[in-house]
Design a protein around this ligand. Structure first.
Ligand code: B1M
Length: 210
C-alpha cells in the first residue's frame, strides 16, 4: 500500500498518531504538499462523507476522522504555504448571536477544511456586526451561520440584513444549518445553501464555489 493510500485509510480510522507519522513520511519521501493534501487528507474526508451519507458512519466516527485529518493538516500547513498551494475557497463560519452550541459548527468547519477550504471560525455568540467585520477583513467566498435554538434562528435573518446593509450580500454565498434549520427556512430568509449535516455542508460548499 502506498504511503498516501495508507494515510487515507488511517484518517478514515481516526488514528491521529499514525496520520502524523504518515504525513511526515510522505514529506520525507518528497511527495508534494498538494498531493498529500488532495490524495491523502481530502480524499479521506470525501470517503468519510460518503460513508456518512450511506449511514455507515455516524457523527462520532466523523468527528474522530475529522480530528485525525486536522492533526495531519496542522503538520502540512507550513509546507502548503511555502508551496503556495491554494485553498479551494475561503469560509467564515460562526454560531449566531445568543447561541453557545458549537459541536456541530466545529464539525462542519473541520469537514470544510477536509474539503480543501480555508476556514475562519468566529466561534459562538457571533453578532451580525462581527460577521460584517470578518467579511470585510477576510473576503471569503462563503459565510456559514449555525444555530441550534429556535430562539436564535431569527439571528440568521438579522445577519443577512446586516450583510445587505453593509453592501456585502452579493459578494458571498450564504450557507445555514443547525438542528432546527430547514431548507424552507433557508429559502425564506434568503440564504443560498442549506446543509442538514457536515458532510453535505462540505459537498454543497464545493459545488457553490466550483
Ligand atoms: Co443545548 N439545546 N441548550 N446545550 N443542546 C439543544 C439544542 C436542545 C434541542 C435540547 C432539548 O431541549 N432537547 C434545546 C433546544 C430547543 C429548541 O430551541 N427547540 C437546547 C436548549 C434548550 C439549551 C439551553 C437553552 C438549555 C438551558 O440552559 N436551559 C442552553 C442554551 C445555551 C445557549 O446556547 N445560549 C443549552 C446549552 C447547551 C450546552 C452548553 C449544555 C451544550 C452545548 C455544548 C457545546 O455545543 N459546546 C448543549 C448541547 C450539547 C445540546 C444537545 C444535547 C446536543 C447538540 C449537539 O452538539 N449535537 C442538543 C440536543 C440535541 O440536538 N439532541 C441541545 C451534535 C451535533 C453534531 O449536531 O449541532 O445538530 P448539530 O450539528 C449538525 C447539523 O445540525 C449540521 O451539521 C452538524 C453536524 O452534522 N449543522 C450545520 C450545524 N451547524 C451547521 C452549519 C452549517 C451547515 C450544517 O452551515 C453553516
Amino acid at each position: 500500500m502506498s504511503v498516501l493510500d495508507n494515510l487515507q485509510q488511517r484518517v478514515i480510522e481516526g488514528k491521529i498518531t499514525e496520520v502524523e507519522t504518515l504525513v511526515k513520511q510522505a514529506m520525507d519521501e518528497g511527495i508534494s504538499p498538494g498531493e498529500i493534501l488532495n490524495q491523502g487528507l481530502i480524499a479521506a474526508m470525501t470517503e468519510v462523507g460518503r460513508l456518512f451519507e450511506a449511514n455507515e458512519f455516524y457523527v462520532p466516527e466523523m468527528l474522530v476522522s475529522a480530528r485525525a485529518m486536522k492533526a495531519g493538516l496542522e503538520l502540512l500547513r507550513p509546507s502548503l504555504a511555502e508551496a503556495d498551494v491554494q485553498a479551494v475557497g475561503k469560509v467564515v463560519i460562526g454560531t449566531v448571536q445568543g447561541d453557545l452550541h458549537d459541536i456541530g459548527k466545529n464539525l462542519v468547519g473541520m469537514m470544510l477544511e477536509g474539503a480543501g477550504f480555508e476556514v475562519i471560525d468566529l466561534g459562538v455568540d457571533v453578532s451580525p456586526q462581527k460577521f460584517v467585520d470578518a467579511l470585510k477583513e477576510h473576503r471569503p467566498n462563503l459565510v456559514g451561520f449555525s444555530a441550534l435554538l429556535t430562539t436564535t434562528m431569527p439571528k440568521m435573518r438579522a445577519n443577512i440584513e446586516a450583510l445587505m446593509e453593509a453592501g456585502l450580500r452579493d459578494s458571498v454565498k450564504i450557507m445555514v444549518g443547525g438542528a432546527p434549520i430547514t431548507d424552507e427556512f433557508a429559502r425564506e430568509i434568503g440564504a443560498d445553501i442549506y446543509a442538514p449535516d457536515a458532510s453535505s455542508a462540505a459537498s454543497r460548499a464545493r459545488q457553490a464555489v466550483a
